[in-house]
Each structure stands twice: as structure tokens, then as C-alpha cells.
Design a protein around this ligand. Sequence first.
Ligand SMILES: Nc1ncnc2c1ncn2[C@@H]1O[C@H](COP(=O)(O)OP(=O)(O)OP(=O)(O)O)[C@@H](O)[C@H]1O
Ligand SMILES: Nc1nc2c(c(=O)[nH]1)N[C@H]1C(S)=C(S)[C@@H](COP(=O)(O)O)O[C@H]1N2
Length: 182
Amino acid sequence: MQSNPDQSGQTGGPPGGYRFAVITMSDKGVRGERQDTSGPALRELFEAAGYRFCHYALVADAIPAIVAAVTTAIDRDRADLVLTTGGTGVSPSDVTPEAMDQLFDREIPGIAEAMRAASLAITPQAVLSRGRAGIRGQSLIVNLPGSRKAALENVAAVMAAFPHALDKIKGSPADCATLSKQ
Ligand SMILES: Nc1ncnc2c1ncn2[C@@H]1O[C@H](COP(=O)(O)OP(=O)(O)OP(=O)(O)O)[C@@H](O)[C@H]1O
Ligand SMILES: Nc1nc2c(c(=O)[nH]1)N[C@H]1C(S)=C(S)[C@@H](COP(=O)(O)O)O[C@H]1N2
């Protein structure tokens, strides 16, 4: 699915055609000890940006659970974009980045680099997020930190690139040079 190719075949407009999933990794959330405020905030942000919500899951910080949730979002619910929140840090229980080893066909290091660089201007703790971004099939997966504040700050640094990223991941011939002039 391409987002909004115009008459000239260019893409990168409003991302109305793309479906997104939100997956929260939180042991405390699964145990009922913490309300997930990050997942709903991401849903609200991306719906307001024109994406179509298709999947939500709250899962434990465990690699098999994370892999199962992401594959369900992509294979069953046809998510083009999967946003994960939580489990990116350096606690023994934080395994979201390790789970990506089983999910990514190709990594996109620049997305994570940009999130950490922008976040470092906000807090020195930004370097503690080990979040990654990558491609599975024709879907984009992006790891965000767990707190609502951190998740929103991180995604704000990169979400402008998502429509064109999704277009290209799905094989659009859209010309990057045209976009870079904007
Ligand atoms: N889903 C969430 N919704 C709201 N706040 C969150 C969420 N996940 C984490 N946080 C906040 O971010 C902080 C850091 O998250 P982190 O995952 O490192 O904590 P944690 O204590 O290991 O949580 P958990 O056991 O739920 O994974 C937490 O103290 C909490 O305030
Ligand atoms: N922009 C931004 N990035 C941030 C933060 C933040 O408050 N703002 N918090 C950091 C902290 S304190 C941690 S521990 C890591 C990892 O968070 P996670 O373990 O909840 O995924 O994200 C970091 N990245």
C-alpha cells in the first residue's frame, strides 16, 4: 500500500493509507501495577497525524512475547508501522532491542541515531535508550522508550520521515531529491 502518490508518482503526503500498531512492553503493566499512558499517547498522536490504528498490545518484557506481539501486528493485523514503547533501557529486564534480532530483515540505524541525538538535547539519560528501528517484510518497526514523555520526545524527532520511509519500503519509485527540496 502506498500512502498518497500524486499524479506525478511522487509520494510523501499525508499518511492516511498506512496502518499502525502500538505495543507496550511493561512487566508492571502486565501485572496491573502501572497504567500504560505511553501506548494511548502514541495512538492519539498517530491518529491525529492521519494514520489508521490497527493493533494494540501490552506485553511483558520477554523476548518471545515481544516477537509474538510484533508478528501478530504485522501478519494478522497488517500493520505498516509498528511503534513499540518500553524495555529499551539497561535494566536486566529490558530486552526489546534483543527481540529485534528475531524481527528485523534490515536495520535503519539513522532513525535511532536521530532519536538519541535529539533526546540528548533534552536529557543526559537519552543515551540509556538502546532502541532500534528496522524493516520486517514491508513494515517499519520503531522502538521508543517506556515513559510517555520519552516516547513522545523520541518519536517527534523522526516521525516526519515515516511517510516517505514507508513509501520506499513498499517499493515506491518516489524521488528522494524532490522531497529533500521541501
Ligand atoms: N507504559 C508506560 N506508561 C507510562 N509510564 C511508563 C510506561 N513504561 C514505563 N514508564 C515510566 O518510565 C519509567 C522507566 O521505565 P522502565 O521500563 O525502565 O521501568 P520499569 O520499572 O522497568 O517498568 P516495567 O516493569 O513496567 O517494565 C518508569 O519508572 C515509568 O515511570
Ligand atoms: N527524549 C527522552 N529520551 C529518553 C528519556 C527521556 O526522558 N526523554 N528517558 C531516558 C531514560 S531515563 C531511559 S532509562 C531510557 C530507556 O527507557 P525504557 O527502559 O523505559 O525504554 O530512555 C531514555 N530516553
